[in-house]
Ligand binder design. Sequence first.
Ligand code: CAA
Length: 389
Amino acid sequence: MNIGIDKIGFYTSPFFVDLSELANARGVDPNKYLIGIGQKKQAVIPPSQDVVTMAANAADSMLSKEDKKKIDLIIFGTETGVDNSKSAAIYIQSLLGISNNARAFEIKQACYGGTAGVQMAIDHIRSHPDSKVLVLAADIARYGLKTPGEVTQGGGAISMLISKDPRILAINTSSTFFSKNIMDFWRPIQKKEAIVDGHYSTDIYIDFFLKTWSRYQKLYGQNLNNFKAIIFHLPFSKMGKKALNALFAKESGQYDLEIKRNFDFSKIYSSLVGNLYTGSLYLSLVSLLANSNSLKKGDQIGLFSYGSGAQGEFYTGKIQSSVPNLQLKNNVESLLNSRTKLSVPNYEKIYRDGIRADSENIDYDISSDHSKYVLSGRKQNQLKYLKQK
Ligand code: CAA
């Protein structure tokens, strides 16, 4: 039985900051951000959006009434949860009107939570073939104003419907993973911004990629010729390029060209949004499906997921639909093109508003956020979510 991603949706904030302007404000050569890091624009998440509203906005138009009845498992991967106890998945269930006969919970392992959700969903469908699983992967990446990590911030959400006979990507059962207690990036419970050892984290990322790839080759007898594309978790788009270069330094051949070309297609949207943490690998998938000019049904792709702390996983799947997926492309690009550019001082203000100590009662300004789902405020410590249209 083929099991995998049947539908995929994406949402990000209606606001962004231009990274050339940020570079100028920080006294840095813009080419460092544009070429050295590989990022052009960065999503800025206003207080009226959190991981719940972003995930609801990503999933809303993707789900039919029939899907909502059939979903019996909602898994929410995030490291930016909205409550220390209650899961974001329960909020999603009620906002989207999904059946109450469902399990709903949240999982966390830095940027790996979404992949844990996908793999768990596949196992669930294997034993309950007629059900569907909603996997959500949403985060807000914050390192702090004027820090080296600032250029790699961002945020947004991916939603995926996992089912049998998937129409997008059939996921193979073969997968390799590696985990180890490493302090490359973490966020203590009292902090809204991550602590990161940036250069160490990039080295560990590459190390975990090469380890899981080598084990995959060994266990499943595959080599690069079996792949048309390899896509990555992209904390910044240069990270994936570094990982691919490390792979090509070990193995090279004619396949390099197509894999390189498809990597370029997979990074387009990340470079305009920034790091989604756990949704980032799946934004690479969206970008590949929407833009590749060489993939066809049946082609095999590899996916590398990395969550600091650290967990890596390499798994594979077969394309099920025609590529480029023009509907997906239109949806994503109309969302990205309708965003409002913020000046650097306005970005800094919104950033500070997003991390200030939260009071028990607060109303957020939602007048310039026309997203379907918004967070309008907090009353007696309860989050107030609003459906606007
Ligand atoms: N023109 C072109 N390129 C330039 C340039 C210029 N004028 N000036 C510098 N560069 C290049 C540098 O040569 C360098 O390229 P290489 O990496 O290919 O050598 C690149 O720009 C970056 O320069 P620096 O290394 O000097 O940058 P930095 O020290 O200021 O910080 C960073 C870069 C470490 C990525 C930092 O932004 C950071 O800490 N980010 C957060 C951590 C992160 O994203 N880690 C990724 C792995 S962890 C993970 O994946 C989990 C997760 O999501 C966080």
